[in-house]
Design a protein around this ligand. Structure first.
Ligand code: SF4
Length: 337
């Protein structure tokens, strides 16, 4: 049996299963951890020989995409690995086992600090679930070097946390510069676009930092090209997700009306998993993504036709200026069903 690099917190899972007297369990892993699934299942099965343990083999990219809805009639517990919970009402109990990295956060922060101008006094700090358990260590490290650190609670995120689709924790920070601790360009890009401040990406996995300006310029140029192409479209597909944490039903209806009011054809396409192949049968000129905002940005090159965000559609229709460009977010305020 291969060794597991990630702490799967077997004791916590086993206690929960026993507490609930659960018989049917489904394990849900993000793509990066799926290769551990059989090993984890076997380890649990050894401790709990009478429990039915199953693995959800569908793609999973976030806590927005829980397995509870798919199998709820048969399942007593979903064990969801690597993501923090969103305020979403679930159809059966869900145990979240977050993925915390042990990578050193001080070296990349030190590198970022070495790149700061002398005038910098206040630093905004944000990170992802993977490193959030080291937040106090990060704050102390920066403050010990003479800076004031500012953090905020997001809507649906914890203090200092950003998700790929939720940057509310940094929007209102009045700071000179922002340090994002994490490895994803996309998160740092969101931080940059929402704050328009200097953003340094401090990557714990390589121990270095870099300014996100160049990457932001590259993405903006790509978005400009997609929007320009979408301006030629006469028909639009509005992609609506059936995943609970990505479903924006009202927005999809609103966009359909908006597009039709501008004299173009619009169809709503309800999808669970969004992929270029699944869009091929539809003779539409462009697509508007109301599902995960990352699809339009990260997977843009995979789609032959322009896939744009709702904010980008406003630019296409002349309702928003290019100068007011912003990334799309999915903010879940309250428990939603
Ligand atoms: S909607 Fe996309 S970015 Fe947001 S949590 Fe889900 S997978 Fe992540």
């Amino acid at each position: 049996m291969a060794t597991l690099d990630y702490d799967y917190k077997f004791d916590v899972i086993i206690d929960k299963i026993r507490d609930l007297d659960a018989h049917n369990i489904i394990l849900q892993f993000p793509e990066g951890l799926k290769s551990d699934a059989i090993n984890v299942s076997n380890t649990l099965q050894k401790e709990l020989p009478d429990v039915n343990i199953m693995i959800d083999a569908d793609p999973c990219f976030g806590a927005c995409d829980l397995a509870d809805i798919k199998v709820n009639k048969h399942i007593d517990l979903v064990v969801h690995f690597a993501h923090t919970p969103l305020p979403i009402k679930t159809d059966c109990p869900v145990l979240f086992i977050e993925a915390h990295s042990n990578a050193d956060v001080e070296a990349p922060i030190s590198d970022a600090i070495s790149k700061l101008d002398e005038e910098v006094k206040t630093i905004g700090l944000v990170t992802t679930t993977q490193h959030i358990h080291k937040l106090e260590e990060m704050i102390e490290y920066i403050e010990n070097r003479g800076y004031t650190v500012k953090l905020d609670n997001g809507e649906g995120t914890s203090r200092g946390q950003v998700l790929g689709c939720n940057f509310t924790s940094i929007k209102n920070l009045d700071v000179d510069v922002i340090i994002y601790v994490g490895s994803g360009d996309f998160h740092a890009l969101g931080v940059k676009l929402f704050t328009n401040k200097k953003v340094l990406l401090a990557d714990p996995f390589i121990g270095k930092s870099r300014d996100i300006e160049e990457f932001t310029d590259k993405i903006i140029r790509i978005r400009f090209a997609r929007i320009t192409k979408a301006k030629e479209a006469k028909s639009f597909g509005i992609i609506m997700s059936s995943k609970k944490g990505q479903l924006r039903f009202d927005l999809a209806l609103k966009l359909k009306k908006l597009i039709r009011d501008h004299g173009f054809e619009a169809q709503i396409l309800n999808m669970d998993y969004v992929s270029p192949d699944l869009l091929l049968p539809y003779d539409l000129d462009a697509f508007v993504m109301t599902a995960c905002p990352r699809i339009a940005i990260d997977d843009s090159a995979m789609y032959k036709k322009p896939v744009i965000t709702p904010d980008e559609l406003e630019i296409v229709l002349g309702l928003r200026q290019w100068e007011d460009y912003q990334m799309d977010e999915i903010i879940i305020h309250d428990e939603q069903t």
